[in-house]
Design a protein around this ligand. Structure first.
Ligand SMILES: NC(=O)c1ccc[n+]([C@@H]2O[C@H](COP(=O)([O-])OP(=O)(O)OC[C@H]3O[C@@H](n4cnc5c(N)ncnc54)[C@H](OP(=O)(O)O)[C@@H]3O)[C@@H](O)[C@H]2O)c1
Length: 278
C-alpha cells in the first residue's frame, strides 16, 4: 500500500523507493503492507472526538463503503465480491477505532452480521482512549424483523443496540430486550430519525461512530447532513447491472460537498477519505 495523497516529503513512489532521500521514512508511505498500527494512525478520528467530548457533543460519523468503478455497491447482494484483503484490513481498522458500528437492518440480514471482535492489535489503543474492547453494533430497524436468537444479540462483547421509532411493534421491542439488546427509541414514528440516531449514540458516550451502510441508511445520513466523513474504497471492477449505489433514497436539494483528505492505493484499489466541506 502506498499513500498517493496528501503528497508529502515522505511520499515514496515504489519505483523510486531505492533513491528516496536519506531520512525519508521509506516504507511508511512506500509500497508494502502497512501494519494495523500504521493504518490506525492514518484513520484516527479527529482530535476532540471521544470520551471527553461531552454527552452528545462531538460525535463524528464516518462511513465506510466500497464501490466499483461503475458505482455498484454490491454484487449478488453482498459487498464482499467487490473487496480485497487490504480493503478488509481497512474495514477492520475502522472498526478497531470505532465506539459503535451503525448499520441498516437489511445489511445485517444479508451479510449475516456477527458481534464485533476484540482484537489484540487495537487493545492498547482502545484502552487508552477509554473505549470498550470491541465496538458496539448499532442496528437501525423500523420493523425489528431481526433474528434475536443470533449471537449478534445474545452474545456480543459489547451489548448490541437497536435503534428504532416509537411506533415499532411492541412485541418485537420486547423480543429485542429479552435477547439482551439495548433498544433506543430514536424517532417519533415507525422509523428512526437519522440525526437523532447520531445524537442518541453520542449521549451514550458513543461518539466515534462508523456506519457500514447499507445504501438506504447511508442515503438518509447524507440527506440529513449527518455524515462527517466518507471512507470510500474504489474497487477496480466493473459490474454493470442495476446494483444499488453506495447511497440511495431521496436526493438532497443541493449536493453536499466533501473535501479530499487522503488517498491510499494497493493493487489498483483506491482507499479514499473525504471530509464534509464547509
Ligand atoms: N458496498 C458497500 O460498502 C456496502 C455496505 C453495506 C451494505 N452493502 C449492501 O447493501 C445491501 C443492503 O443495503 P440496503 O440499502 O438495501 O439496506 P440497509 O440500508 O442496510 O438497511 C435498510 C433497512 O434498514 C432499516 N432502516 C433504514 N433506515 C431506517 C430508519 N430511518 N429508521 C428505521 N429503520 C431504518 C430498515 O430496516 P427494517 O426493514 O428492519 O425496518 C430498512 O429496511 C446489501 O446487498 C449489502 O451487501 C454494501
Amino acid at each position: 500500500m502506498r499513500r498517493l495523497f496528501p503528497v508529502t516529503d515522505h511520499t515514496v513512489e515504489p519505483t523510486s523507493a531505492k533513491s528516496a532521500p536519506a531520512g525519508a521514512r521509506e516504507g511508511v508511505t512506500g509500497d508494502r503492507e502497512w501494519s494495523l498500527d500504521e493504518l490506525a494512525d492514518a484513520y484516527a478520528y479527529p482530535a476532540g472526538t471521544g470520551a471527553g467530548a461531552g454527552a452528545g457533543a462531538g460525535a463524528w460519523l464516518r462511513a465506510n463503503m466500497v464501490s466499483t468503478l461503475d458505482g455498484a455497491a454490491q454484487h449478488d447482494g453482498r459487498s464482499q465480491p467487490l473487496s480485497n484483503a487490504t480493503d478488509m484490513r481497512v474495514f477492520g481498522t475502522l472498526r478497531g477505532l470505532a465506539d459503535a458500528v451503525v448499520v441498516g437492518a437489511e445489511t445485517v440480514r444479508q451479510e449475516g452480521y456477527r458481534p464485533a471482535r476484540a482484537r489484540e492489535a487495537f487493545a492498547a489503543r482502545r484502552a487508552a482512549a477509554g473505549q470498550a474492547p470491541a465496538p458496539a453494533i448499532a442496528v437501525v430497524s423500523a420493523s425489528l424483523d431481526l433474528d434475536f436468537t443470533l449471537p449478534l444479540f445474545t452474545a456480543p462483547l459489547t451489548p448490541t443496540l437497536v435503534l428504532t421509532g416509537a411506533a415499532a411493534p411492541a412485541e418485537r421491542v420486547a423480543a429485542a430486550r429479552k435477547a439482551g439488546a439495548d433498544v433506543v427509541i430514536a424517532g417519533e414514528g415507525a422509523g428512526a430519525d437519522p440525526a437523532r440516531v447520531v445524537r442518541e449514540l453520542g449521549e451514550r458516550g458513543l461518539t466515534r461512530l462508523l456506519t457500514e451502510g447499507g445504501p438506504r441508511l447511508l442515503g438518509q445520513f447524507v440527506a440529513a447532513g449527518a455524515l462527517d466523513e466518507l471512507c470510500l474504497t474504489v474497487s477496480p471492477m466493473l459490474t454493470a447491472g442495476d446494483a444499488q449505489r453506495i447511497a440511495g433514497g431521496p436526493g438532497v436539494a443541493v449536493p453536499a460537498k466533501f473535501v479530499l483528505a487522503s488517498v491510499l492505493e494497493e493493487a489498483g484499489f483506491l482507499f479514499t477519505r473525504y471530509r464534509r466541506g464547509s
